[in-house]
Ligand binder design. Sequence first.
Ligand SMILES: Nc1nc2c(ncn2[C@@H]2O[C@H](COP(=O)(O)OP(=O)(O)OP(=O)(O)O)[C@@H](O)[C@H]2O)c(=O)[nH]1
Ligand SMILES: [Mg+2]
Length: 227
Amino acid sequence: MTNLTLLIPAYKEVESLPVFLKELENFDYIKMIVLQKEDTETLEAIKDFKNIKIHVQEKKGYGSALKEGINNINTEFFCIINADGSMNPKYLNEMLYICKNTNFVFASRYLNGGGSDDDDIVTFVGNKIFSLMGNILFSLNLSDILYTYVMGKTSAAKDLNLNYSDFRICVELPILAKLKGFDFTSSPSQERKRIGGVKKVNALKDGFLILTAIMELFLRKILRKKY
Ligand SMILES: Nc1nc2c(ncn2[C@@H]2O[C@H](COP(=O)(O)OP(=O)(O)OP(=O)(O)O)[C@@H](O)[C@H]2O)c(=O)[nH]1
Ligand SMILES: [Mg+2]
């Protein structure tokens, strides 16, 4: 039995998810799709797939999908991998190998050997700025804080007690890992274009939310140090 569960958050991914699940049939890992109960189209689109687990979220949002997914995983390792097919599963074996010696590995589009077929100027600059903030304010030493193609030890992820129910969880995960003393590393990854369908992230709205999360977490860090 495999020791890795793929945590696949999906929201209205009728075009992408069936194609991606077909590709994942070549990988002998447990696949857990996490989606909302209102998302009946996506459920319908994957109904013929065998050997997948489906978790229907109690609470809405991408962050809730990750939190609930992690709490329902029983294998030693987990990996967050998006339903749109943009995260290439060819890296999973190598990431799993790296994870034997560390708590988390963050795939990075901006390390040598990585890249993105999907970035535009706004997402590129945003990713760079938020990664820089993570490095300055929290000494994360990560080149790509927002990609959230992350593998790790499930017990460590459960210990993080993640809180945000939306895309703010992307920065909360590495920052809490650092603040709680878990070691982690990163490895280069080439991002693909999404297979089909539309983007769920709004660069401006979600970018602003992420900025507030970085500030909030930084304040918490400072206050905890002082008192
Ligand atoms: N369960 C769940 N999944 C979500 C939610 N919002 C987004 N997702 C999934 O989270 C992943 C990331 O969202 P994307 O729309 O791909 O965001 P993005 O990667 O910035 O956008 P693209 O560049 O178009 O790929 C995808 O697999 C979505 O289906 C949500 O509210 N609930
Ligand atoms: Mg995507």
